[in-house]
Design a protein around this ligand. Structure first.
Ligand code: GBH
Length: 457
């Protein structure tokens, strides 16, 4: 038996997002997104950096696709920028924006790479923020669905994997709540938790209407998914008591009970609603039916987790803090908990009782303090260590027959890391931002070998 051998059809891939890599923010008819405005506001992003020019991928996508060919991936997850397609958020369609993504998709297909298109990765059109406060308004959901219909109308004859929205809590809760750390665009502080919950409720409605718009406009068989960043709870030791504690904690976390529960089961988790009390969002009749659309698969972005154990307190569990010196990668939240992949998948399958639902790890990866050697290489053995342990955790999920179908490493290349600007590097490829030179790191060669042998090496 070959150790750590993955199934023959396992989807190995990499992931990126439009605002983080494209640059060309004022080209091809694009108008600003909330991230342009936010990053141009002093004090919002480290060093005042913005998504322009990022990796200049808008002009260099052919080079980047050649690098994907070298890596040997057959799957690429990217996102489409709403403000390239409908620059004012609603109304006039910009053909030049659609043409860019058509060129990208056609070049991927020509190179044997399956495109997985995410329709929204945080870059809301600024015009809709100005018009009605974007996600604070219910109108945003219908405008999103109209935008989705336009995209799928154009590309729905060649894209076979659609993902509606990436990580709802990050552009709603982190975009509007008082103590968001770090704040995300639009960075408008609302006064009550209820208003924050209303923004994520609107995003859930957008997801539901978006799913319907994809199904109505696609002309080839395709899979539709949501990309969720569930908060993963890991039992400190795998006893029945601690596993039960981890399951209870999973249902109570806002990111789970308030996002993935309604999307997959049609109701917010009861324990969360009880905890929120008067601060729960207003849910109109019919909303949960819209939100709870049948999905073909689920995308999970998993980077870390929290340990939990059973307790005789009223909740029956407690979250555990980490000891000083606990190993972490180069972000304050990036504690190394490799079991997060296995437990994230298992909680969705078991705690949410959705063993039928295929799962993709749509993002997993880490920032490291990458440096060029005098020979011009990046020897990121720490990233290799991180990825190896997380791949093994995915392998365990497969051995135990959880429905894991693929794994997309975040990210193909270093890029604009939101509030951290260019000061954090998540790529398999090093970006020299002065020359735009791309330098594959040691982890790139390591991942290429995993893919070639279809196992963890
Ligand atoms: C992903 O989000 C994004 O999809 C991607 O765009 C991004 O580049 C990548 O991760 C790397 O960051 O400070 O304790 O409040 C990751 C999800 C959401 C995880 C915010 C950390 C903050 C935790 N992140 N969260 S805390």
């Amino acid at each position: 038996m070959v150790r750590n051998q993955f199934p023959p059809d396992f989807m190995w891939g990499v992931a990126t997002a439009s605002y983080q890599i494209e640059g060309a923010v004022a080209e091809g008819g694009r108008k600003p997104s909330v991230w342009d405005t936010f990053s141009q506001t002093p004090g919002r992003v480290l060093n005042g950096e913005t998504g322009d020019p990022a990796c200049d991928h808008y002009h260099r996508y052919e080079t980047d696709i050649q690098l994907m060919v070298e890596l040997g991936i057959k799957h690429y997850r990217f996102s489409i920028a709403w403000s390239r397609i409908i620059p004012d958020g609603r109304g006039t369609v910009n053909e030049a924006g659609l043409d860019f993504y058509q060129r990208l998709v056609d070049t991927l297909l020509k190179n044997g790479i399956t495109p997985h298109a995410t329709l929204f990765h945080w870059d809301s059109p600024q015009a809709l923020e100005d018009l009605y406060g974007s996600w604070r308004s219910r109108e945003m959901a219908q405008d999103f669905a109209d935008y989705v219909a336009v995209v799928v109308n154009k590309l729905g004859d060649r894209i076979t994997s659609w993902m509606t929205i990436n990580e709802i809590p990050c552009f709603t809760h982190l975009g509007y709540q008082v103590n968001a750390l770090p704040p995300h665009a639009p960075g408008t502080i609302v006064s009550r938790p209820k208003e924050v919950w209303q923004t994520s409720h609107h995003a859930l409605l957008a997801h539901g209407l978006g799913v319907q718009a994809i199904r109505a406009n696609s002309t080839v068989p395709c899979t539709v998914s949501l990309v969720d960043n569930c908060a993963v709870t890991v039992p400190i030791t795998e006893t029945p008591e601690n596993i039960l504690a981890a399951q209870k904690a999973f249902a109570l976390c806002g990111e789970n009970g308030g996002i993935i529960f309604p999307a997959l089961t049609g109701s917010y988790s009861p324990v969360l609603l009880e905890l929120l009390g008067n601060e729960a969002p207003d849910i109109l009749p019919g909303d949960l039916e819209i939100i709870h659309q049948p999905l073909d698969q689920l995308g999970l972005n998993i980077y870390s987790a929290t340990y939990v154990r059973a307790s005789d307190n009223s909740q029956g569990f407690e979250f555990l803090g980490l000891p000083k010196g606990y190993p972490r990668m180069n972000m304050p939240w990036l504690n190394i908990v490799p079991e997060c992949i296995y437990w994230g998948i298992r909680h969705i399958s078991e705690t949410l009782d959705r063993a039928d639902l295929p799962i993709l790890i749509t993002e997993s990866g880490c920032a490291a303090e990458d440096e060029l050697t005098p020979q011009g290489e990046v020897i990121d053995t720490d990233r290799i260590m991180y990825l190896r342990q997380h791949f093994k955790s995915a392998y365990r999920a497969l051995v135990e027959r959880y429905p894991l179908k693929g794994y997309f490493v975040w990210s193909l290349m270093d890029n604009f890391e939101w509030a951290w600007g260019y000061q954090r590097r998540f790529g398999l490829i090093y970006l020299d931002y002065i020359t735009q030179k791309r330098i594959p790191k040691a982890s790139f060669q390591w991942y290429a070998e995993c893919i070639r042998q279809n196992r963890v090496v």
